[in-house]
Unconditional design. Structure first.
Length: 276
């Protein structure tokens, strides 16, 4: 059974912990100075051991993965603590910290060979995350497959060759759930304006989104093709789509994605300056 050292158990750390617990393939060592007792009570699992600091971990444990799921402001302390414990050099260090590039970890933890940067998203909490991964060059395929399997329990995983693609993905899959929720909220609001109550509106809209997404996934067709299929000439959908197109919805989405991407890039540059 492979061993995971998870440092930090906030929203994302907790989501990942839940997925790995359910897999029942890993022994988990969780470090969180504030929540370690809460985690112990919540999970009550032989697969999970909790600690209030890195320095309180057992001395003789060979971890296969170290996963950093902490706030950027806490990173220096965490890395300094890791330097004080014995880690095998073929361990995989995985960061899910926003905006922190691989070089930050490579410079600090020079005895480790395998570094991964992963950007999950909010649906990780229900096992439906979009996990975007990049790693340093000198990694063998076995390590890559191990990380791929590790994150398969929380959703789908895509590997990028260029670390800049993480910033690009932030604007799509990272910020995307917020865009989708905003669309759903707008559609629910429109439904109530027609006369549906809030509960009815939520059921109508959520199932419409769920069914549409599942149809897109299961059909060998593009979203544009499905739009054409549902929008029969002279029909109700065509009338609504005309309003959407007149409102330049596609242009709006390009603008909002570019705004998110610009913010992600700037955060990365700011973090790099702070680290230097």
């Amino acid at each position: 059974m492979k061993k995971i050292l998870l440092i930090g158990c906030g929203h994302m750390g907790n989501a990942l912990l839940s997925s790995w617990k359910e897999a029942k393939r890993y022994q988990l060592y969780v470090v969180d100075p504030i929540k370690y007792n809460h985690i112990k009570i919540k999970y009550k699992s032989n697969f999970i051991k909790t600690f209030n600091s890195v320095l309180s971990l057992p001395n003789n444990t060979d971890y296969d993965f170290v996963v950093l799921a902490i706030r950027p402001i806490d990173l220096d302390n965490a890395l300094n603590s890791l330097l004080k414990i014995k880690l095998k050099n073929n361990i995989s260090l995985i960061s899910v910290i926003a905006g922190k590039k691989l070089e930050v970890f490579q410079k600090k933890l020079k005895n480790i060979n395998n570094f991964f940067r992963v950007m999950p998203n909010m649906p990780a909490s229900i096992g439906q995350s979009m996990n975007c991964v990049v790693h340093n060059k000198k990694i063998n395929k076995i390590k890559i497959n191990e990380v791929k399997q590790l994150f398969s329990y929380s959703g789908k995983t895509i590997f990028f060759k260029n670390e800049n693609q993480i910033d690009m993905a932030t604007a799509i899959s990272g910020s995307g759930p917020g865009f989708v929720f905003n669309l759903i909220d707008a559609m629910e609001n429109a439904a109530t304006k027609l006369g549906f109550n809030k509960d009815e509106a939520k059921i109508l809209v959520s199932q419409t989104f769920r069914g549409s997404i599942n149809l897109l996934i299961n059909q060998n067709m593009s979203a544009r093709d499905l739009v054409k299929m549902v929008a029969t000439k002279g029909g109700t959908t065509e009338a609504g789509l005309k309003v959407m197109n007149d409102s330049k919805v596609h242009t709006t989405f390009i603008k909002l994605v570019k705004a998110s991407y610009k913010k992600a890039k700037n955060q990365g540059k700011l973090n790099a300056k702070e680290q230097n």
